[in-house]
Design a binder for this molecule. Structure first.
Ligand code: SIN
Length: 340
């Protein structure tokens, strides 16, 4: 809804979907370090945020109550199905999802890939539990609702709001295990900031087009049918056995490689053998920044690999899993990674 309309006619209607996380966590008062995630329901969380009723009309649903280390594909499926329905609901102007911060970037990117851009879709969480001194959840939730009710958040796909910063789902990463400044969008920067309840975008909406954007999105198959894709972390003195173990059990393996998506000769040989047997192997980097280019350091054509381009290993896993539902053609897969 345009800003002028928002003040002149009615408040935006925002659907809030809760999944758990530290934002809904309890701790001993004064102790923000040991806590139980996902203890409070969404109605309690919303009631703890002053001023929400002045900026939006809210409808709330509890989709799950998990710490996001336990986020599962069946919850992703339920979330995506619900978000797709809310996108069709003309009464709803925007959607907010509360989520644990540990895997929020994966859920955001998953939704970004399966839900066409349009209605504002904002994920948020908290680094401190709801009962901690200086809890960040209420401010994040307030800002997320304000952002989801704003017209400038439309057509941007999934966004992540943390600590007043607005991140594109494609770029955002949790970069710190503790502290409030735990999120960044490395290399390309944040999408914008919140000034109170007003979003200021620094970057135009990114393209959701290209070959991947043109493919059909929801509905997805039942999660039991989703291909198994795992992440293999490279390190010094890496042996072949762990690569062989994964390749025997997974349809896709993402290498969180050293440097430019590399690993020991033994591990790379095992992965090349797996690729020759039809396992989709993607080379990403464990460094957290930069670009893994096709053919750089590693002969991807010869070994049958796909280069992750700008995607982190955890996001490469999400794209590869969804992509394998449509094709295992290496050139097509590479073009989808290049389009991110
Ligand atoms: C979680 O991801 O659920 C726990 C950590 C957090 O939310 O900050």
């Amino acid at each position: 809804m345009p800003e002028a309309e928002r003040t002149a006619s009615r408040l935006p209607r925002i659907a809030v979907l809760a999944t758990g996380g530290t934002i809904a966590g309890t701790s001993t008062p004064g102790d923000g370090t040991s806590y139980a995630a996902g203890a409070f329901g969404i109605d309690q969380l919303l009631a703890a945020v002053p001023g929400l009723a002045a900026i939006a009309t809210l409808q709330a649903e509890q989709i799950a109550s998990v710490g996001s280390q336990d986020m599962r594909h069946d919850i992703w499926h339920a979330l995506a199905t619900r978000v797709a329905a809310l996108c069709e609901d003309e009464q709803v102007d925007g959607i907010v999802i509360t989520h644990g911060t540990d895997t929020i970037e994966e859920t955001a990117y998953f939704l970004d890939l399966v839900i066409p851009p349009g209605k504002p879709l904002v994920l948020t969480g908290a680094m401190r539990p709801a009962t901690a001194l200086g809890a960040d959840g209420p401010a994040n939730l307030y800002a997320a609702v304000a952002l989801a009710g704003h017209a400038s958040a439309r057509d941007r796909g999934a966004l992540v709001l943390m600590n007043e910063h607005i991140h594109d789902a494609l770029r955002v990463q949790k970069i710190a295990a503790s502290g409030l400044a735990a999120f960044a969008s490395p290399d390309r920067g944040i999408a914008g900031v919140m000034e109170g309840d007003m979003p200021l975008f620094y970057q135009p909406p990114r393209s959701h087009g290209g070959v991947w954007g043109a493919r059909p999105r929801m509905p997805l198959a039942e999660p039991a049918q989703w291909p198994r894709v795992g992440v293999l972390h490279a390190h010094a003195d890496m042996q072949a056995d762990v690569a062989e173990f994964m390749a025997a059990r997974y349809q896709g393996v993402v290498l969180a490689g050293v440097g430019n998506g590399n690993a020991s000769a033994a591990a790379m040989r095992a992965l090349a053998d797996a690729a020759a047997r039809g396992v989709a192997v993607v080379r990403a980097s464990r460094t957290g920044r930069g670009y893994v280019g096709r053919g750089v350091e590693v002969d991807d054509d010869e070994l049958g690999f796909i280069a992750a381009a700008a995607l982190s290993p955890q996001k490469a896993r999400v794209l590869l899993m969804l992509a394998l539902m449509s094709t295992n053609d290496r050139a097509t897969l590479q073009s989808w990674f290049d389009a991110q």
